[in-house]
Design a protein around this ligand. Structure first.
Ligand code: GSH
Length: 235
């Protein structure tokens, strides 16, 4: 059994999709990050970084309980555990390359693009421009790679596609504007539509729907999500 620590945000969405694709049995544990539940000692024992997603595999290596945090680590762990969606041995270098490209590029730049356009108290043109441009550049790299390809890695659907889907699903929030942000990236748009129409995506989107996650962005939520804004700089 997998205990899945979840909030309806892009990185946990990747794990929801992986669990639905593989059919692994899991128990959903909502972590309301807007209420600060990611900072409790009990959750920090599972993810010392205080973020979702995280999992506990009650039947980990050697039959022992194992915790895994960070979406990419979880995708690799579950892929290796099930022997599914990790491509062939010949695809390993591509799998690692694209997973890290998503983990260190698309993920953090998307997160900062969202922060500076939707959450920051002031609209800082420099920051907005920098993160929008970086996201466009990353989309361009992936768009070029996907020319003539169905999937990101090799010839099969894999955790590379699952990982990219999590953030591409939020493209309208990452690159808000008057038109579909993927119009400028036709290969990426075609790929996204194909992945997004998978039956497991519909199931992943339904994960956590019966839990009332907090929606308001009040002082409690700002302190929970952006604690570093409340730490005084050393004088
Ligand atoms: N590198 C991590 C990033 C995790 C992350 O930033 N998670 C967000 C949700 S998408 C979160 O927990 N936000 C609440 C917070 O930062 O306190 C991953 O890929 O899992």
């Amino acid at each position: 059994m997998i205990r899945f620590y979840f909030h309806p945000t892009p990185n946990p969405a990747k794990v929801a999709l992986m669990l639905e694709e593989t059919g692994l049995a899991y128990q959903l544990i909502p972590i309301d990050t807007s209420k600060g539940e990611q900072h409790t000692p009990a959750f920090r024992a599972i993810n010392p970084n205080g973020k979702v997603p995280a999992i506990v595999d009650t039947e980990g290596p050697g039959g022992k309980e194992a915790r895994v945090f960070d979406s990419s680590a979880i995708l690799l762990y579950l892929g290796e555990k099930t022997g599914r969606l990790i491509g062939s041995a010949a695809d390993r270098s591509e799998l690692l390359s694209w997973l890290f490209f998503i983990a260190t590029g698309i993920g953090p730049f998307s997160g900062q693009a969202v922060h500076f356009q939707h959450a920051a108290p002031e609209k800082l043109a420099y920051a907005v421009n920098r993160y929008r441009r970086e996201i466009e550049r990353h989309y361009e790299v992936l768009d070029t790679h996907l020319k003539g390809r169905e999937f990101i890695i090799g010839k099969e659907y894999s955790i590379g596609d699952i990982s990219a889907w999590g953030w591409l699903d939020r493209a309208p929030r990452v690159l808000p504007g008057d038109t579909d942000p993927l119009t400028a990236f036709p290969n990426l748009k075609r790929w996204f539509r194909a992945i997004d129409s998978r039956p497991a995506v519909a199931k992943a989107r339904a994960v956590g729907k019966d839990h009332a996650f907090k929606k308001e962005m009040d002082e409690e939520t700002r302190r929970a999500l952006f604690p570093s804004n409340y730490v005084k700089a050393a004088s």
